[in-house]
Design a binder for this molecule. Structure first.
Ligand code: IPE
Ligand code: IPE
Ligand code: MG
Length: 258
């Protein structure tokens, strides 16, 4: 247990919502002489460990990018293997989610998932729906461009039906049409495996997130690395467009986007 690192974390300045692009499974496996799926299997252990770390720190929202819209274009064997792993993991983990009072959410195009995966997810969503301490949000068959397109279509449909008028559409309206309407925006985005890009993830919601990139591959990512990211986050100065002087005048607990 990296106690010394945990002690360095200021409990009054924690991110409320952490989003993670879990990247590098394939390369991790290849480097060890295995096939890509071996990396995905080991990535599940990291998910468990990070979920535990978030609960220990009392971080309310964790969003994990598990499968993107574009990932459907990978070789069929890999996609099938990932879907099987998803069904297996979800079924196995529901008890742990309930034990720790974690509510599961999914963002993404559920209609594109194979029926077995959709069924496992629907059951897990229902079985964890009463939990109210933590939120685990899985981005599955998700991409920002897909999400924004749905939002635009739904807004247009509601305008057409007279439920909305163009003049009243504001940022709050748009927020309500996003897949993430129930959640605050992420404060911290972590991407593993040394890539410096967003890959179509929460493009709108990350507007003011602090970005943290690490070369650690996802299957090697543990609480220790999470704590390092949080300590780094706590040393950032979030200005939200204001000046340093304006920020200094505010109390630490007010350092949220208002
Ligand atoms: C992330 O690891 C998991 C998914 C995208 C499903 P990758 O599979 O992208 O691994 P690399 O980036 O090829 O190493
Ligand atoms: C992003 O990783 C998607 C997930 C982690 C699920 P990718 O490996 O698909 O991203 P690119 O292709 O390197 O941008
Ligand atoms: Mg990748």
């Amino acid at each position: 247990m990296p106690d010394h690192l945990q002690n360095e974390i200021d409990p009054t300045k924690l991110p409320n919502h952490i989003a993670i692009i879990m990247d590098g499974n394939g390369r991790w496996a290849k480097e060890k002489g295995h096939d890509r799926l071996y990396g995905h299997y080991h990535g599940v252990e990291s998910v468990r460990n990070i979920l535990e770390g978030c609960a220990e720190l009392n971080i309310k929202y964790l969003t994990l990018y598990a499968f993107s819209t574009e990932n459907w274009d990978r070789p069929k064997d890999e996609v099938d293997g990932l879907m099987e792993l998803l069904v297996d993991t979800i079924r196995k983990e529901v008890a742990t989610l309930n034990k720790n009072n974690i509510k599961l959410h999914v963002i993404g195009d559920m209609n594109t998932l194979p029926p077995s995966a959709r069924k496992a997810l629907e059951e897990a969503l229902l079985e964890t729906s009463h939990n109210d301490k933590f939120n685990l949000i899985l981005a599955l068959s998700y991409s920002s461009r897909w999400e924004l397109l749905q939002a635009v279509k739904n807004i247009a449909a509601d305008v057409k039906e007279g439920k909305l008028t163009i003049d009243t559409i504001d940022q709050d309206t748009l927020q309500k049409y996003l897949a993430t309407s129930e959640f605050p925006d992420p404060d911290l985005l972590i991407r593993t495996s040394g890539e410096y890009r967003i890959s179509n993830f929460l493009l709108y919601q990350l507007a003011y997130a602090e970005l943290y990139f690490t070369s650690t591959r996802w299957p090697d990512f543990r609480k220790k690395h999470l704590f390092e990211a949080i300590i780094d986050f706590q040393n950032r100065r979030r200005r939200f467009g204001k000046t340093d002087e304006q920020i200094s005048l505010r109390e630490p607990e007010q350092l949220q986007h208002s």
